[in-house]
Unconditional design. Structure first.
Length: 313
């Protein structure tokens, strides 16, 4: 509206110039302003549907709290002369990107947003707003294009209820070198290389001396093949962080962990498989809204994560 009033004022000035000062120059001003208005509106009406907009997919995984870059590609389809293009994007917050479609066949623009939570983060291209070069007309194009990025669970300390001792790997049992239990393909008194955080009491010093590196036991003396963690379907992303924190705590102590979510499950027993477990959790889809916990966990679930971070042991 401001632009239109400005051009009306310009035409009035040219008319006054014509009547009171110089008719020739005044008429020239009127023709120039009128021609510019007609040209601006005409090129806009011809161009407004002669381009495409595409929000490109985002590959890989991201860390929680880091900035994620996305790209939007605009392409002309024939004659297109649009100097003002505004892209309206929503992620954790609203993002507005401005560009133009003048003398290039295509243009790629980039933006970024903050990875707000673990699991799948979604970015949406809501609409495109275009204007003619005089700013007289505006046209909105709704799109609703989406792209996703998998965000790794945060590495935090487990702060939930104390896990019952019968679910924890034994810290006291002495095991001689060479003893191995492999029931159902699961590791028993097998060994892996020491990592920071392992209990010194789990180090097999005889085997470590042979291999010239510290080796720790994988212990299943409690009779459990694994500690079963269950993340409910309506769980918010914080449950992903807490489940991973507990899994890391148990695995560092030499245990095995199975996490189940939305009908899929993964098992981890070593730091290497723990990394793969973290990446798998990043790709799990988490609900965006809090809903009452009505789901019944499976019979073998020993720790349940639900809602906005509730933990049941």
């Amino acid at each position: 509206m401001t632009h239109i009033s400005s051009y009306i004022q310009a035409l009035l000035f040219a008319s006054l110039f014509t009547v009171f000062i110089n008719a020739s120059i005044g008429w020239a001003l009127i023709y120039i302003i009128g021609a510019a208005i007609v040209l601006s509106i005409t090129t806009f009406l011809i161009s407004k549907k002669r381009f495409t907009v595409k929000l490109r997919d985002i590959s890989g995984v991201a860390e929680h709290g880091r900035n994620v870059t996305f790209d939007i590609l605009l392409k002309k389809k024939g004659f297109c002369f649009i100097p003002y293009v505004e892209l309206c994007v929503s992620a954790d917050s609203s993002i507005h990107i401005r560009t133009s479609l003048l003398f290039r066949r295509s243009v790629s623009v980039s933006g970024s947003f903050r990875a707000a939570h673990s699991g799948l983060n979604t970015i949406t291209l809501n609409e495109v707003i275009i204007r003619d070069f005089l700013g007289l007309l505006q046209f909105r194009i709704p799109l609703e294009q989406t792209a996703h990025i998998a965000v790794l669970p945060r590495v935090i300390e487990y702060d939930g209820p104390e896990v019952p001792p019968n679910l924890l790997p034994s810290e006291e049992e002495e095991v001689e070198e060479g003893v191995a239990v492999t029931q159902g393909g699961m590791p028993g008194y097998e060994h892996r290389e020491y990592v920071v955080g392992d209990s010194p009491r789990r180090v097999n010093y005889k085997l470590s001396a042979k291999k010239q590196k510290l080796m720790v036991r994988l212990d299943e003396s409690s009779g459990h093949a694994s500690t079963n963690l269950y993340i409910t379907e309506n769980a918010l992303p914080i449950c992903c962080d807490k489940a991973f924190a507990l899994a890391k705590k148990l695995i560092i102590r030499g245990g095995t962990v199975k996490i189940t979510h939305k009908g899929d499950e993964r098992t981890a027993a070593t730091p290497e498989t723990l990394d793969r477990l973290r990446e798998w959790l990043a790709f799990r889809e988490f609900a965006e809204t809090e809903e009452p916990f009505t789901e019944t966990p499976p019979a073998d679930a020993e720790v349940v994560f639900s809602g906005n971070g509730q933990i049941a042991v």
